[in-house]
Design a protein around this ligand. Structure first.
Ligand code: HEC
Ligand code: HEC
Ligand code: HEC
Ligand code: HEC
Length: 457
């Protein structure tokens, strides 16, 4: 009797101690990445409106205009998530995780609250806050060695993390955090691995390998530039207040001038029937990572070269082939691709859509993504391998040539040859097929340059 009682007490004591330590354990180690699903509530975070209305109104207005505040609600994000990713996740167990996972970066509060899939943007739920003030300013670090796939660690509460100590507000305690000032912070969302283990987004990794990392020029220096001003309505004026611009592909002004190009001929005078070789030298002077970066599956940069004779007749000059492996994906062709959209759309015999949607023969600076069947895909989560990386590295110079045999009926006199570099966020045929509003596939001119030769009689 006595012995039994003792041992049962002992067992209860043991269980108690076990539970106590487990409790401590789960508090001491905050979950990150996929493990953070369902670990918080929406109410744990302040709304951007709360931060922005009376105190940080200037930053709030900047953020409102940036993609950061629209990462969940923007048309193309909504279409890709609800039309393709969610139905695909429900059909293919390999990619099932993206139903929740997309939100880890695009609607982090919904992810943390396990509100999956979140209500559509039209429902106006808190998922619409997208990447909000309080999400970023509650991040304290990341789990593991490499930042990727939303492996940030978030500790919401009265303490907000930022670049400075000092003045405290009645609303929160400020804590200086070195982490927010690092590129790894950005990398937790700007590096992404597909369920097949392929890097489908690697902006921070590209930066790390490039010249800007060696010189200590960070993401912030180009996307959150420092200017004199207040950081809060009642606060001090700082000489280096971090602007919340986050301007990128959706700001044509940021894209323009990214690459400088110059075109020159090998001879200045030629007769009809003669060959003239035009060389185009293209220099990426502006991006700290590759160009294009980020959603590389969607984005294309391409060069169009055109000659106009003295009578105004125009000739399109296709680029000369260089002969490297996988080059066929870097020269515009009249061919179909993206057949794997048929899986989520429930059309197993879907033939695909036009691959490039631009004049055939133009050079495309891109990296192709391939699905498990080896077909080109824009579904980055369904990417099993990558093609040749023919994008511009930071400060890289590429050289292209176009050899033009002057036609026999070309008008004598000056021949003006122009090279134009264009950029498109989403290849046009995909945008048209999925009904994505036109601004997503608008053509942005990055740069252009002309040269003149004389056509002899
Ligand atoms: C994508 C993440 C992100 C979002 C979203 C974000 N911030 Fe920031 N914020 C930062 C980073 C990074 C810094 C600068 C950190 C550094 O330089 O060390 C910063 C700095 C600040 C500072 C201090 C500026 C200074 O120079 O002292 C304030 C205040 C601030 N943010 C408020 C806000 C408000 C308000 C919002 C929402 C309207 C917001 N932030 C949204 C990342 C973010
Ligand atoms: C030296 C300046 C510079 C630095 C450093 C830099 N960027 Fe950029 N970034 C640019 C320019 C210019 C563009 C516009 C051209 C483009 O879209 O690639 C851009 C574009 C982007 C885009 C939009 C890409 C797209 O296709 O939607 C993202 C995202 C981005 N940068 C994130 C980052 C991150 C994260 C870092 C740090 C790891 C960083 N940038 C460092 C200059 C810079
Ligand atoms: C919590 C995740 C998260 C963090 C942290 C984050 N970003 Fe982003 N960022 C996003 C998402 C999601 C988008 C895409 C929005 C869209 O187009 O749907 C984005 C878009 C951008 C763009 C592209 C805007 C455009 O015009 O296309 C830039 C530039 C950018 N971020 C810079 C940064 C920088 C710099 C940092 C670090 C200081 C950072 N981001 C940290 C999630 C994040
Ligand atoms: C690791 C973080 C991360 C994950 C996970 C993620 N994204 Fe993104 N997504 C981003 C960032 C950052 C950008 C912006 C990159 C850029 O500017 O090119 C982006 C851009 C996009 C864009 C292009 C937006 C535009 O306007 O051009 C779409 C669409 C998109 N994501 C949809 C999805 C879907 C659907 C999923 C899930 C299958 C997903 N994303 C998963 C971080 C992520």
């Amino acid at each position: 009797m006595r012995i039994v009682r003792l041992s049962s007490l002992g067992l209860m004591g043991f269980l108690f101690v076990l539970l106590f330590f487990q409790g401590l354990g789960s508090q001491g180690k905050i979950k990150a990445g996929d493990d953070a699903l369902g670990t918080r509530r929406y109410e744990d975070f302040q709304t951007p409106g709360f931060c922005g209305i009376s105190c940080h109104s200037d930053f709030f207005q900047q953020w409102k205009q940036a993609m950061m505040s629209q990462a969940y609600t923007h048309h193309w994000d909504e279409i890709e998530y609800f039309k393709l990713a969610v139905p695909h996740a429900e059909k293919d167990p390999v990619v099932a995780g993206v139903k929740a996972g997309c939100n880890g970066c695009h609607a982090p509060l919904a992810f943390l609250a396990s509100d999956v899939p979140p209500p559509p943007p039209s429902a106006n739920s808190r998922a619409n806050e997208s990447v909000s003030c309080d999400l970023c300013h509650s991040i304290t670090g990341f789990a593991g060695d490499v930042p990727f796939n939303y492996n940030w660690i978030v500790e919401p509460g009265k303490t907000k993390y930022g670049p400075r100590d000092g003045k405290n507000s009645p609303e929160h305690n400020l804590m200086k955090s070195e982490f927010l000032g690092t590129t790894e912070f950005c990398g937790t969302c700007h590096n992404e691995k597909s369920p097949y283990g392929v890097w489908v987004k690697s902006t921070q990794l590209e930066w790390k390998e490039g010249p800007y990392a060696r010189e200590g020029v960070k993401c912030h220096d180009c996307h959150m530039t420092y200017a004199e001003g207040k950081t809060a309505a009642m606060g001090n004026i700082y000489r280096d207040a971090r602007q919340h611009l986050f301007h990128g592909a959706h700001d044509p002004g940021k894209v323009r001038g990214t690459v400088e190009l110059r075109i020159h001929p090998d001879i200045r005078e030629a007769e009809p029937g003669e060959k003239v070789k035009f060389t185009i030298v293209l220099f990426n002077q502006k991006t700290g990572h590759k160009f294009p970066t980020g959603s590389v599956e969607d984005r294309i940069v391409w060069m169009h070269v055109e000659a106009v004779d003295s009578k105004g007749k125009a000739y399109h000059l296709p680029v000369d082939k260089k002969g490297f492996a996988g080059e066929e994906f870097t020269i515009a062709a009249n061919t179909l691709a993206y057949q794997d959209m048929g899986i989520p759309l429930g059309d197993s015999s879907f033939p695909g859509v036009q691959r490039d949607g631009i004049p055939v023969g133009n050079r495309i600076f891109r990296m192709a993504y391939f699905d498990p069947q080896g077909r080109m895909t824009i579904q980055q989560w369904n990417t099993k391998s990558l093609g040749t990386d023919y994008r511009f590295g930071p400060r890289e110079t590429k050289v292209e040539t176009c050899t033009f045999t002057l036609p026999h009926d070309i008008a004598p006199g000056p021949l003006r040859v122009t090279a134009i570099l264009n950029y498109q966020k989403l290849v046009k045929p995909v945008a048209e097929f999925l009904g994505v509003p036109e601004d997503e596939s608008e053509i942005i001119k990055v740069n252009e340059h002309s040269t003149i030769i004389t056509v002899l009689k």
